[in-house]
Design a protein around this ligand. Structure first.
Ligand code: NAI
Length: 501
């Protein structure tokens, strides 16, 4: 604890909805008094009852004692009006996401509480500086952005406005820790850290589906099996709901002046417009109906395995993968066997073109050697590929691995999405959204990513990620794929993504 931390004893929470209830819960658990206020009659009391139920369940599960629950519950209070918050030393606003409504609350608070009381907003999209600009004592105003459901999500973003003092930031870091969260300091940017950084994963998944490179089921399976994300981008979108993730995507894209890196797809908007919101409406990218059958991402065939596989340009990663699978190959083309290539960043077509292999193009199959190939492998072909050749390669691999066959794409599916996640992480580091370690920590905790974006970048290799993006940008002509300067410099210098500026 630094010398200017003023330990928080009493937290006031305005807005007893999903978020306010959770914030009161973790405040009381953290040993602080928590007083809840809501404009809706009975809402704060109902929130306290809900917290009590959640606490009781902890006793049933043996995670808390009766005594701990009783003392936690004693710290929960219902306010009858804003004046009841005068005793608090921190007030967290968690009302409807509307600047006028929030400003009205902050301005009224300023007439009731002393200038030393810290006022925080849990807003997910309104700039903290904009709220502070409407207030008199701006130095005590900050963002305290929790994640839903609060008791389960360990992260809290602490967002200083232009005038917030370091003492206020330190006090909020301390309060966040007491609440059992992991606090990180984040710049006052659109989407702050997690909602901004999270755009790459979903929107690149959608970009791949938009280009008909692969189906949502294939993309999800690849991201789970080969890159260890808990959910694929489409499962995740269905879980959060298009009514939530599309407006967030649109907001962040718009607020970054239409940066193509943050662009979503027409289908994403269409799903929101047509009410195909995901799990909550029974259909999104997947059908959740009782009798619905789930799409199969895996390739199946009864064909005979290839008797020979030609590898014209072996690479250590390809040799290793084929060695693990026990597949024998030859460098000499016999004019009829499948030809296996392992491009990094290039698609099949550009690889064939670069190596003057047009005569053999129908027999060329690319295999993805990046990511974890121990459960699943991805195959990719150029237009005009011979289906019999694809089947022969699938039949060769099928006894050892699940196989996805996708259409031509620079960076296949997994490396392309991973490179976009890594690149946005690099851009966050470049623009100082948060410290390097905090970027990784926040993305792991806020989004359940297996690795933070910079860690992901280093695990794939900075030069590999840079190469995938450079090819993507060159081959598509789309600045969506332009490498962050942070990434480019580290690739050129042979440094890790986590190397400070
Ligand atoms: P909610 O709709 O569940 O709850 C809002 C509550 O505020 C309601 O109970 C409403 O009666 C009350 N309220 C509205 N105006 C009020 C006023 N002037 N004074 C007192 N009470 C008032 O909303 P939710 O989901 O809890 O979100 C609250 C805030 O947290 C929003 O700013 C939202 O953007 C932000 N947030 C939401 C997340 C989520 O996943 N739901 C995640 C992170 C932030």
């Amino acid at each position: 604890m630094t010398e200017h931390v003023k330990p928080i004893r009493h937290v006031g929470i305005i807005g007893a909805g999903a978020m306010g209830t959770g914030i009161a819960h973790v405040s009381a658990l953290g040993g602080m008094q928590a007083t809840l206020l809501d404009a809706r009659e009975g809402a704060a009391k109902a929130a306290c009852e809900q917290i009590q139920k959640r606490l009781d369940r902890q006793v049933e599960k043996g995670r808390m004692s009766q005594e701990e629950v009783a003392s936690t519950a004693q710290r929960l209070h219902v306010a009858s009006g804003m004046q009841d918050l005068a005793q608090c030393d921190l007030i967290v606003e968690a009302i409807v996401e509307n600047i006028d409504a929030k400003l009205a609350v902050f301005q009224e608070l300023e007439t009731l509480v002393g200038p030393e009381v810290i006022l925080a907003s849990n807003t997910s999209s309104i700039p903290i500086g904009q709220i502070a600009a409407g207030c008199e004592h701006r130095s005590r105003i900050a963002g305290m952005h929790f994640f839903n459901p609060v008791p389960l999500m360990k992260l809290v973003e602490i967002i200083p406005g232009p005038d917030t003092t370091p003492a206020v930031v330190d006090t909020l870091l301390d309060a966040g820790s007491k609440m059992g969260r992991t606090p990180v300091v984040v710049k006052d940017m659109p989407g702050f850290l997690v909602n901004y950084g999270g755009r790459a994963y979903t929107t690149e998944g959608m970009a791949l589906a938009h280009e008909a490179v692969a189906t949502p089921a294939q993309i999800d399976a690849i991201m789970r099996d080969c890159f260890h994300f808990r959910m694929g981008p489409f499962e995740l979108a269905d879980l959060t709901g298009m009514d939530v993730n599309f407006p967030v995507s649109e907001f962040i894209h718009g607020n970054f002046f239409a940066d193509p890196r943050l662009r979503s797809t027409p289908q994403h908007r269409y799903m929101m417009q047509t009410g195909n919101l995901g799990r909550k409406t029974g259909r999104g990218f997947y059908d959740y109906g009782k009798d619905a059958t789930q799409p199969d991402p895996n390739a199946h065939t009864d064909a005979t395995p290839a008797s020979a596989i030609v590898v014209p340009h072996s690479t250590p990663a390809l040799d290793e993968l084929l060695g693990t699978l026990g597949i024998k190959t030859t460098a000499q083309d016999d004019g009829e066997s499948p030809i296996l290539i392992a491009p990094i960043g290039q698609d099949c077509s550009s690889y064939i073109h670069q190596h003057d292999m047009q005569q053999q193009a129908a027999r060329v199959i690319a295999i993805d050697v990046l990511g974890d190939t121990s459960q699943r492998v991805t195959l990719m072909t150029a237009p005009g590929a011979d289906n019999a050749v694809i089947d022969a390669v699938v039949a060769t691999l099928k006894p050892h691995r699940k196989v996805c066959v996708i259409k031509d794409s620079p960076g296949f599916v997994g490396p392309r999405i991973a490179a976009m996640v890594a690149n946005l992480g690099c851009e966050m580091a470049q623009t100082g959204v948060a410290g390097i370690e905090d970027i990784d920590k926040a993305m792991r905790l806020g989004l359940n990513y297996p690795k933070g974006p910079l860690e992901l970048c280093d695990s794939l290799g900075v030069q590999t990620v840079h190469s995938v993006l450079t090819y993507l940008q060159e081959l598509t002509g789309d600045d969506r794929y332009r490498p962050s300067q942070w990434l480019r410099r580290r690739a050129q210098l042979g440094l890790t993504a986590q190397t400070p500026a």
